[in-house]
Design a protein around this ligand. Sequence first.
Ligand SMILES: Nc1ncnc2c1ncn2[C@@H]1O[C@H](COP(=O)(O)OP(=O)(O)O)[C@@H](O)[C@H]1O
Ligand SMILES: [Mg+2]
Length: 414
Amino acid sequence: MAHVTRRIGLSLGADICWPICYEEIVNKLDLSVPHKGDTVKVEIERVTIEPFDLRQPCRYDVVVDRLTHWYHTSREWIKKAVLMDDLYVFNNPWSVQSMEKQTTYCAMMHLGMPIPETWLVPPKSYEALPDLGPTLKSYAKLFDLGVVGKSLGYPMFMKPYDGGGWKGVSRIADEAALRARYDESGKLVMHLQKAVEPFDRFVRCIGFGPQTKIIRYDPGAPLHDRYTMAKDFVSAEEASILRDTTLTINAFFGWDFNSCESLSKDGVWYPIDFANPCPDSQVTSLHYHFPWMVMANVRWSLFCAVTKRKMRRTLDWDPFYEIAKTDLPYREKLRAYAKIADARFETARFEEFCATHLANLDEIAWEFFGTQTAKDAVRKKVTALFPAAEVEQFTELFWNRIGAWRSDLKAGAK
Ligand SMILES: Nc1ncnc2c1ncn2[C@@H]1O[C@H](COP(=O)(O)OP(=O)(O)O)[C@@H](O)[C@H]1O
Ligand SMILES: [Mg+2]
Protein backbone atom coordinates (compact mmCIF):
# COMPACT_ATOMS: atom_id res chain seq x y z
CA MET A 1 0.00 0.00 0.00
CA ALA A 2 1.70 3.19 -1.20
CA HIS A 3 1.11 6.75 -0.10
CA VAL A 4 0.47 8.81 -3.22
CA THR A 5 -0.26 12.48 -3.77
CA ARG A 6 -2.54 13.91 -6.42
CA ARG A 7 -1.95 17.49 -7.35
CA ILE A 8 -4.75 19.85 -8.41
CA GLY A 9 -3.67 23.04 -10.20
CA LEU A 10 -5.77 26.18 -10.10
CA SER A 11 -5.25 28.12 -13.34
CA LEU A 12 -6.51 31.52 -12.28
CA GLY A 13 -7.04 35.02 -13.57
CA ALA A 14 -8.71 37.81 -11.65
CA ASP A 15 -10.37 35.30 -9.31
CA ILE A 16 -9.86 36.30 -5.70
CA CYS A 17 -12.48 34.91 -3.40
CA TRP A 18 -13.35 31.37 -4.50
CA PRO A 19 -9.74 30.06 -4.69
CA ILE A 20 -9.11 31.15 -1.09
CA CYS A 21 -12.29 29.36 0.06
CA TYR A 22 -11.57 26.32 -2.07
CA GLU A 23 -8.01 25.96 -0.73
CA GLU A 24 -9.08 26.43 2.89
CA ILE A 25 -11.84 23.86 2.64
CA VAL A 26 -9.69 21.24 0.88
CA ASN A 27 -6.96 21.74 3.48
CA LYS A 28 -9.46 21.35 6.32
CA LEU A 29 -10.79 18.15 4.76
CA ASP A 30 -7.24 16.76 5.07
CA LEU A 31 -8.09 13.81 2.87
CA SER A 32 -6.51 10.42 3.06
CA VAL A 33 -8.52 8.25 0.72
CA PRO A 34 -7.97 4.56 0.16
CA HIS A 35 -8.06 4.01 -3.60
CA LYS A 36 -7.07 0.84 -5.45
CA GLY A 37 -4.72 -0.25 -2.68
CA ASP A 38 -3.09 3.18 -2.22
CA THR A 39 -3.69 5.94 0.28
CA VAL A 40 -4.30 9.11 -1.68
CA LYS A 41 -3.60 12.62 -0.44
CA VAL A 42 -4.37 15.78 -2.38
CA GLU A 43 -2.35 18.98 -2.76
CA ILE A 44 -3.57 22.21 -4.28
CA GLU A 45 -1.29 24.63 -6.12
CA ARG A 46 -1.80 27.75 -8.17
CA VAL A 47 -0.51 27.32 -11.72
CA THR A 48 2.06 29.90 -12.78
CA ILE A 49 2.52 31.31 -16.27
CA GLU A 50 5.97 30.73 -17.75
CA PRO A 51 7.76 29.40 -20.85
CA PHE A 52 7.42 25.65 -21.27
CA ASP A 53 9.11 22.89 -23.22
CA LEU A 54 6.45 21.00 -25.15
CA ARG A 55 7.99 17.72 -23.94
CA GLN A 56 8.24 18.68 -20.27
CA PRO A 57 6.06 16.63 -17.90
CA CYS A 58 3.05 18.10 -16.09
CA ARG A 59 2.90 18.27 -12.29
CA TYR A 60 -0.87 18.11 -12.13
CA ASP A 61 -3.51 15.38 -12.25
CA VAL A 62 -6.36 17.89 -12.55
CA VAL A 63 -6.43 21.55 -13.53
CA VAL A 64 -9.35 23.78 -12.67
CA ASP A 65 -9.04 26.34 -15.41
CA ARG A 66 -10.33 29.92 -15.51
CA LEU A 67 -8.14 31.19 -18.36
CA THR A 68 -8.62 29.10 -21.51
CA HIS A 69 -11.34 31.26 -22.98
CA TRP A 70 -9.09 34.31 -23.22
CA TYR A 71 -5.45 33.67 -22.19
CA HIS A 72 -3.86 31.64 -24.93
CA THR A 73 -0.52 30.73 -23.33
CA SER A 74 -2.36 28.86 -20.59
CA ARG A 75 -4.79 27.37 -23.07
CA GLU A 76 -1.96 25.96 -25.18
CA TRP A 77 -0.13 24.66 -22.09
CA ILE A 78 -3.34 22.90 -21.04
CA LYS A 79 -3.85 21.40 -24.50
CA LYS A 80 -0.27 20.10 -24.49
CA ALA A 81 -0.77 18.54 -21.04
CA VAL A 82 -4.05 16.85 -22.01
CA LEU A 83 -2.48 15.46 -25.18
CA MET A 84 0.86 14.40 -23.71
CA ASP A 85 0.55 14.04 -19.94
CA ASP A 86 -2.93 12.61 -19.29
CA LEU A 87 -4.12 15.80 -17.59
CA TYR A 88 -7.81 16.17 -16.68
CA VAL A 89 -9.02 19.74 -17.07
CA PHE A 90 -12.31 21.58 -16.59
CA ASN A 91 -13.31 22.16 -19.44
CA ASN A 92 -12.32 20.45 -22.70
CA PRO A 93 -10.16 23.26 -24.15
CA TRP A 94 -10.82 22.49 -27.83
CA SER A 95 -14.50 22.62 -27.19
CA VAL A 96 -14.24 25.90 -25.27
CA GLN A 97 -12.23 27.36 -28.16
CA SER A 98 -14.52 26.37 -30.98
CA MET A 99 -18.09 25.96 -29.74
CA GLU A 100 -19.78 29.30 -30.14
CA LYS A 101 -23.38 30.08 -29.34
CA GLN A 102 -24.17 29.27 -32.97
CA THR A 103 -22.80 25.73 -32.77
CA THR A 104 -24.55 25.05 -29.51
CA TYR A 105 -27.88 26.30 -30.89
CA CYS A 106 -27.58 24.12 -33.99
CA ALA A 107 -26.56 20.99 -32.10
CA MET A 108 -29.28 21.31 -29.48
CA MET A 109 -31.92 22.19 -32.11
CA HIS A 110 -30.95 18.95 -33.81
CA LEU A 111 -31.46 17.07 -30.55
CA GLY A 112 -34.94 18.62 -30.38
CA MET A 113 -34.53 21.34 -27.75
CA PRO A 114 -37.03 24.19 -28.09
CA ILE A 115 -34.47 26.88 -28.97
CA PRO A 116 -36.36 29.99 -30.17
CA GLU A 117 -36.42 30.59 -33.94
CA THR A 118 -33.00 32.02 -34.87
CA TRP A 119 -31.42 33.43 -38.03
CA LEU A 120 -27.80 34.33 -38.75
CA VAL A 121 -27.14 37.37 -40.96
CA PRO A 122 -23.90 38.42 -42.71
CA PRO A 123 -22.24 41.48 -41.11
CA LYS A 124 -22.91 45.08 -42.06
CA SER A 125 -19.24 45.88 -42.66
CA TYR A 126 -15.92 44.09 -43.08
CA GLU A 127 -12.19 44.28 -42.60
CA ALA A 128 -10.78 45.24 -46.04
CA LEU A 129 -9.08 41.97 -47.01
CA PRO A 130 -7.79 41.40 -50.57
CA ASP A 131 -10.29 38.66 -51.42
CA LEU A 132 -13.28 40.43 -49.90
CA GLY A 133 -14.39 42.39 -53.00
CA PRO A 134 -14.44 39.45 -55.43
CA THR A 135 -16.06 37.17 -52.85
CA LEU A 136 -18.93 39.49 -52.01
CA LYS A 137 -19.43 40.62 -55.64
CA SER A 138 -19.69 37.04 -56.82
CA TYR A 139 -21.64 35.45 -54.02
CA ALA A 140 -23.17 37.79 -51.47
CA LYS A 141 -26.90 37.96 -52.24
CA LEU A 142 -28.55 41.30 -51.63
CA PHE A 143 -31.07 40.66 -48.91
CA ASP A 144 -33.95 42.56 -47.40
CA LEU A 145 -33.57 42.62 -43.62
CA GLY A 146 -37.25 43.50 -43.35
CA VAL A 147 -38.19 40.13 -44.87
CA VAL A 148 -36.08 38.26 -42.31
CA GLY A 149 -37.66 40.40 -39.59
CA LYS A 150 -41.19 39.56 -40.81
CA SER A 151 -40.39 35.89 -40.91
CA LEU A 152 -39.15 35.91 -37.31
CA GLY A 153 -41.68 38.37 -35.93
CA TYR A 154 -41.19 41.08 -33.29
CA PRO A 155 -39.98 41.55 -30.63
CA MET A 156 -36.65 39.86 -31.31
CA PHE A 157 -33.10 39.96 -30.00
CA MET A 158 -30.02 40.80 -32.05
CA LYS A 159 -26.87 39.32 -30.54
CA PRO A 160 -23.44 38.16 -31.72
CA TYR A 161 -23.30 34.54 -32.94
CA ASP A 162 -20.38 34.00 -30.54
CA GLY A 163 -21.55 36.34 -27.81
CA GLY A 164 -21.09 36.53 -24.08
CA GLY A 165 -21.48 39.03 -21.27
CA TRP A 166 -24.43 40.81 -22.95
CA LYS A 167 -22.04 42.50 -25.40
CA GLY A 168 -23.76 43.79 -28.52
CA VAL A 169 -27.18 42.48 -27.43
CA SER A 170 -30.27 44.53 -28.26
CA ARG A 171 -33.99 43.98 -28.03
CA ILE A 172 -35.76 44.99 -31.21
CA ALA A 173 -39.41 45.96 -31.30
CA ASP A 174 -40.03 46.72 -34.99
CA GLU A 175 -38.54 46.87 -38.47
CA ALA A 176 -37.20 50.44 -38.14
CA ALA A 177 -35.28 49.43 -35.00
CA LEU A 178 -34.04 46.27 -36.71
CA ARG A 179 -32.56 48.31 -39.58
CA ALA A 180 -31.06 50.87 -37.20
CA ARG A 181 -29.46 48.27 -34.91
CA TYR A 182 -28.13 46.32 -37.90
CA ASP A 183 -26.58 49.50 -39.34
CA GLU A 184 -24.82 50.02 -36.01
CA SER A 185 -23.64 46.42 -35.68
CA GLY A 186 -20.42 46.93 -37.70
CA LYS A 187 -18.28 43.86 -38.26
CA LEU A 188 -20.11 41.62 -35.78
CA VAL A 189 -21.80 38.55 -37.21
CA MET A 190 -25.24 38.62 -35.67
CA HIS A 191 -28.04 36.28 -34.73
CA LEU A 192 -31.60 37.48 -34.85
CA GLN A 193 -33.67 35.53 -32.38
CA LYS A 194 -37.35 35.54 -31.60
CA ALA A 195 -37.93 36.95 -28.14
CA VAL A 196 -39.39 34.64 -25.52
CA GLU A 197 -41.81 37.24 -24.16
CA PRO A 198 -43.48 37.63 -21.87
CA PHE A 199 -41.60 34.94 -19.95
CA ASP A 200 -42.87 33.93 -16.51
CA ARG A 201 -39.50 32.73 -15.16
CA PHE A 202 -35.83 33.08 -16.10
CA VAL A 203 -33.34 30.56 -14.67
CA ARG A 204 -29.69 29.81 -14.80
CA CYS A 205 -28.87 26.18 -14.23
CA ILE A 206 -25.24 25.74 -13.24
CA GLY A 207 -23.68 22.36 -13.93
CA PHE A 208 -20.53 21.15 -12.20
CA GLY A 209 -19.85 17.58 -13.33
CA PRO A 210 -23.08 15.73 -12.46
CA GLN A 211 -24.11 18.39 -9.92
CA THR A 212 -26.67 20.98 -10.99
CA LYS A 213 -28.20 24.01 -9.34
CA ILE A 214 -31.18 25.93 -10.66
CA ILE A 215 -31.23 29.59 -9.72
CA ARG A 216 -33.93 32.07 -10.55
CA TYR A 217 -32.40 34.98 -12.41
CA ASP A 218 -33.56 38.57 -12.70
CA PRO A 219 -31.85 40.15 -15.74
CA GLY A 220 -33.25 43.60 -14.94
CA ALA A 221 -31.76 43.79 -11.42
CA PRO A 222 -28.37 45.35 -10.51
CA LEU A 223 -25.46 42.87 -10.87
CA HIS A 224 -25.41 41.84 -7.20
CA ASP A 225 -29.13 40.98 -7.25
CA ARG A 226 -29.44 39.12 -10.55
CA TYR A 227 -28.98 35.68 -9.01
CA THR A 228 -32.01 35.72 -6.74
CA MET A 229 -32.49 33.80 -3.52
CA ALA A 230 -35.95 32.64 -4.57
CA LYS A 231 -36.99 29.13 -3.53
CA ASP A 232 -39.61 26.69 -4.83
CA PHE A 233 -40.11 28.40 -8.18
CA VAL A 234 -40.06 25.24 -10.32
CA SER A 235 -42.05 22.02 -10.05
CA ALA A 236 -40.27 18.69 -9.67
CA GLU A 237 -40.83 17.91 -13.36
CA GLU A 238 -39.52 21.34 -14.41
CA ALA A 239 -36.44 20.85 -12.25
CA SER A 240 -35.91 17.50 -13.91
CA ILE A 241 -36.20 19.04 -17.41
CA LEU A 242 -33.73 21.81 -16.53
CA ARG A 243 -31.27 19.34 -15.03
CA ASP A 244 -31.53 16.96 -17.99
CA THR A 245 -31.09 19.89 -20.38
CA THR A 246 -27.95 21.16 -18.64
CA LEU A 247 -26.38 17.72 -18.28
CA THR A 248 -27.09 16.96 -21.94
CA ILE A 249 -25.44 20.19 -23.09
CA ASN A 250 -22.44 19.76 -20.81
CA ALA A 251 -21.83 16.12 -21.70
CA PHE A 252 -22.29 16.83 -25.42
CA PHE A 253 -19.67 19.61 -25.42
CA GLY A 254 -17.26 18.19 -22.83
CA TRP A 255 -17.92 20.95 -20.34
CA ASP A 256 -17.51 20.06 -16.66
CA PHE A 257 -18.51 23.54 -15.56
CA ASN A 258 -21.08 25.52 -17.50
CA SER A 259 -24.29 27.47 -17.05
CA CYS A 260 -27.47 27.22 -19.07
CA GLU A 261 -30.02 30.06 -19.31
CA SER A 262 -33.64 29.15 -19.96
CA LEU A 263 -36.87 31.13 -20.10
CA SER A 264 -40.30 29.71 -19.39
CA LYS A 265 -43.30 30.74 -21.43
CA ASP A 266 -46.66 28.99 -21.82
CA GLY A 267 -45.40 25.86 -20.07
CA VAL A 268 -42.24 25.44 -22.18
CA TRP A 269 -38.65 26.03 -21.01
CA TYR A 270 -36.70 27.65 -23.87
CA PRO A 271 -32.91 27.41 -23.55
CA ILE A 272 -31.46 30.68 -24.94
CA ASP A 273 -27.84 30.89 -23.84
CA PHE A 274 -25.81 27.84 -22.86
CA ALA A 275 -22.33 28.27 -24.34
CA ASN A 276 -20.95 29.64 -21.07
CA PRO A 277 -18.16 27.23 -20.11
CA CYS A 278 -16.46 28.38 -16.93
CA PRO A 279 -19.21 30.79 -15.85
CA ASP A 280 -19.17 33.54 -13.25
CA SER A 281 -17.81 32.23 -9.95
CA GLN A 282 -17.57 35.45 -7.99
CA VAL A 283 -19.11 36.00 -4.59
CA THR A 284 -20.14 39.46 -5.76
CA SER A 285 -22.66 37.95 -8.15
CA LEU A 286 -23.36 34.52 -6.62
CA HIS A 287 -23.50 35.60 -2.93
CA TYR A 288 -26.01 33.15 -1.31
CA HIS A 289 -25.15 30.51 -3.95
CA PHE A 290 -21.39 31.03 -3.69
CA PRO A 291 -20.78 28.29 -1.07
CA TRP A 292 -22.65 25.80 -3.30
CA MET A 293 -20.34 26.66 -6.21
CA VAL A 294 -17.18 26.31 -4.10
CA MET A 295 -18.37 23.00 -2.66
CA ALA A 296 -19.41 21.65 -6.06
CA ASN A 297 -15.94 22.51 -7.34
CA VAL A 298 -14.30 20.84 -4.32
CA ARG A 299 -16.35 17.64 -4.76
CA TRP A 300 -15.87 17.30 -8.51
CA SER A 301 -12.17 18.17 -8.58
CA LEU A 302 -11.40 15.80 -5.69
CA PHE A 303 -13.37 13.01 -7.33
CA CYS A 304 -11.54 13.52 -10.64
CA ALA A 305 -8.12 13.76 -8.97
CA VAL A 306 -8.41 10.90 -6.48
CA THR A 307 -9.97 8.41 -8.90
CA LYS A 308 -7.77 9.59 -11.79
CA ARG A 309 -10.82 10.05 -13.93
CA LYS A 310 -9.93 9.94 -17.65
CA MET A 311 -10.33 13.11 -19.66
CA ARG A 312 -12.57 12.59 -22.69
CA ARG A 313 -10.31 14.12 -25.33
CA THR A 314 -12.77 13.75 -28.18
CA LEU A 315 -16.45 14.51 -27.92
CA ASP A 316 -18.26 11.52 -29.54
CA TRP A 317 -21.63 12.89 -30.53
CA ASP A 318 -22.96 9.78 -32.30
CA PRO A 319 -24.89 8.29 -29.34
CA PHE A 320 -26.87 11.55 -29.03
CA TYR A 321 -27.60 11.55 -32.76
CA GLU A 322 -28.80 7.95 -32.56
CA ILE A 323 -31.42 8.97 -30.00
CA ALA A 324 -32.32 12.13 -31.94
CA LYS A 325 -33.32 10.11 -35.00
CA THR A 326 -35.78 7.87 -33.11
CA ASP A 327 -39.53 8.57 -32.95
CA LEU A 328 -39.55 9.05 -29.19
CA PRO A 329 -41.35 12.14 -27.84
CA TYR A 330 -38.91 14.95 -26.94
CA ARG A 331 -39.18 14.46 -23.17
CA GLU A 332 -38.21 10.80 -23.59
CA LYS A 333 -35.30 11.74 -25.82
CA LEU A 334 -34.11 14.27 -23.27
CA ARG A 335 -34.20 11.59 -20.59
CA ALA A 336 -32.15 9.32 -22.83
CA TYR A 337 -29.59 12.09 -23.55
CA ALA A 338 -29.30 12.76 -19.82
CA LYS A 339 -28.68 9.06 -19.27
CA ILE A 340 -25.64 9.29 -21.56
CA ALA A 341 -24.58 12.37 -19.58
CA ASP A 342 -24.95 10.51 -16.27
CA ALA A 343 -22.80 7.69 -17.65
CA ARG A 344 -20.15 10.12 -18.92
CA PHE A 345 -20.10 12.08 -15.66
CA GLU A 346 -20.19 8.81 -13.66
CA THR A 347 -22.98 10.21 -11.50
CA ALA A 348 -23.50 7.07 -9.40
CA ARG A 349 -19.78 6.53 -8.72
CA PHE A 350 -19.40 10.25 -7.90
CA GLU A 351 -22.28 10.18 -5.42
CA GLU A 352 -20.84 7.14 -3.74
CA PHE A 353 -17.43 8.82 -3.54
CA CYS A 354 -18.96 11.90 -1.89
CA ALA A 355 -20.98 9.82 0.56
CA THR A 356 -17.95 7.73 1.53
CA HIS A 357 -15.08 10.23 1.52
CA LEU A 358 -16.63 13.69 1.75
CA ALA A 359 -19.36 13.04 4.29
CA ASN A 360 -18.00 15.85 6.50
CA LEU A 361 -17.81 18.45 3.71
CA ASP A 362 -21.09 20.17 4.68
CA GLU A 363 -19.95 20.59 8.26
CA ILE A 364 -16.48 21.83 7.29
CA ALA A 365 -17.87 24.29 4.74
CA TRP A 366 -20.52 25.47 7.21
CA GLU A 367 -17.81 26.17 9.78
CA PHE A 368 -15.46 27.77 7.29
CA PHE A 369 -18.09 30.14 5.90
CA GLY A 370 -18.48 31.52 9.41
CA THR A 371 -14.79 32.39 9.86
CA GLN A 372 -12.90 35.65 9.59
CA THR A 373 -10.78 34.12 6.78
CA ALA A 374 -13.94 33.65 4.71
CA LYS A 375 -15.15 37.16 5.45
CA ASP A 376 -11.74 38.61 4.54
CA ALA A 377 -11.89 36.73 1.23
CA VAL A 378 -15.28 38.31 0.50
CA ARG A 379 -13.93 41.73 1.43
CA LYS A 380 -10.93 41.29 -0.88
CA LYS A 381 -13.20 40.63 -3.86
CA VAL A 382 -15.51 43.50 -2.97
CA THR A 383 -12.51 45.83 -2.60
CA ALA A 384 -11.35 44.87 -6.11
CA LEU A 385 -14.72 45.67 -7.68
CA PHE A 386 -16.49 48.39 -5.69
CA PRO A 387 -15.68 52.05 -4.99
CA ALA A 388 -13.93 52.47 -1.61
CA ALA A 389 -16.98 54.13 -0.06
CA GLU A 390 -19.15 51.04 -0.77
CA VAL A 391 -16.75 48.29 0.34
CA GLU A 392 -18.09 47.98 3.88
CA GLN A 393 -21.74 48.01 2.84
CA PHE A 394 -21.34 45.37 0.12
CA THR A 395 -19.04 43.16 2.18
CA GLU A 396 -21.80 43.06 4.83
CA LEU A 397 -24.47 42.42 2.21
CA PHE A 398 -22.70 39.41 0.69
CA TRP A 399 -21.58 38.17 4.11
CA ASN A 400 -25.14 38.25 5.41
CA ARG A 401 -26.34 36.28 2.40
CA ILE A 402 -23.66 33.65 3.06
CA GLY A 403 -24.98 33.68 6.63
CA ALA A 404 -28.46 32.96 5.26
CA TRP A 405 -27.00 29.99 3.35
CA ARG A 406 -25.47 28.71 6.61
CA SER A 407 -28.80 28.99 8.42
CA ASP A 408 -30.58 27.16 5.63
CA LEU A 409 -27.96 24.41 5.63
CA LYS A 410 -28.38 23.94 9.39
CA ALA A 411 -32.17 23.99 9.11
CA GLY A 412 -32.02 21.38 6.32
CA ALA A 413 -29.71 19.17 8.34
CA LYS A 414 -32.11 19.05 11.30
N1 LIG B 1 -34.71 35.06 -27.23
C1 LIG B 1 -34.69 35.84 -26.15
N2 LIG B 1 -35.85 36.12 -25.51
C2 LIG B 1 -35.87 36.93 -24.41
N3 LIG B 1 -34.76 37.49 -23.91
C3 LIG B 1 -33.57 37.27 -24.52
C4 LIG B 1 -33.49 36.42 -25.67
N4 LIG B 1 -32.19 36.38 -26.06
C5 LIG B 1 -31.52 37.17 -25.20
N5 LIG B 1 -32.34 37.72 -24.29
C6 LIG B 1 -31.98 38.65 -23.19
O1 LIG B 1 -30.68 39.20 -23.47
C7 LIG B 1 -29.73 38.74 -22.50
C8 LIG B 1 -28.40 38.46 -23.20
O2 LIG B 1 -28.57 37.45 -24.19
P1 LIG B 1 -27.75 36.10 -24.14
O3 LIG B 1 -28.18 35.24 -25.27
O4 LIG B 1 -27.83 35.53 -22.79
O5 LIG B 1 -26.27 36.63 -24.48
P2 LIG B 1 -24.90 36.62 -23.66
O6 LIG B 1 -24.20 35.42 -24.19
O7 LIG B 1 -24.24 37.89 -24.05
O8 LIG B 1 -25.23 36.49 -22.19
C9 LIG B 1 -30.37 37.51 -21.86
O9 LIG B 1 -29.89 37.31 -20.55
C10 LIG B 1 -31.84 37.92 -21.87
O10 LIG B 1 -32.11 38.83 -20.82
MG1 LIG C 1 -26.48 35.15 -21.23
